[in-house]
Design a protein around this ligand. Sequence first.
Ligand SMILES: [Zn+2]
Length: 108
Amino acid sequence: MTNTDKKHLPCPKCCGTGNLWEFSHVKGGECFSCNGTGIKHRVTRQKKQSHYWLVLDPERNRLYDETYLRRDTEADALELAKEMQPMHLQPLQLVEKTYTYYETKRVI
Ligand SMILES: [Zn+2]
């Protein structure tokens, strides 16, 4: 057996047939797990980190962390802080937050 053969394992959902008789009423019984190919696809999962910026009101110790107030860049957050500033007495500050997410990719 070569390496290529190992990569193309039969789909465990449909046993490599590409069809599931119990779902014959949906898309002709095509296996959704392998898209009817009968081949198991390998998926990689990569841990990634990203950042976003929030506006902080130090006077009230209020962090504006509602989703629609999050900004991807410091420059965008600064722009938002400028728009919000007239409603506040103390200068607003920016806070950088980090979040982790997983990127999945179909390899084969
Ligand atoms: Zn399948």
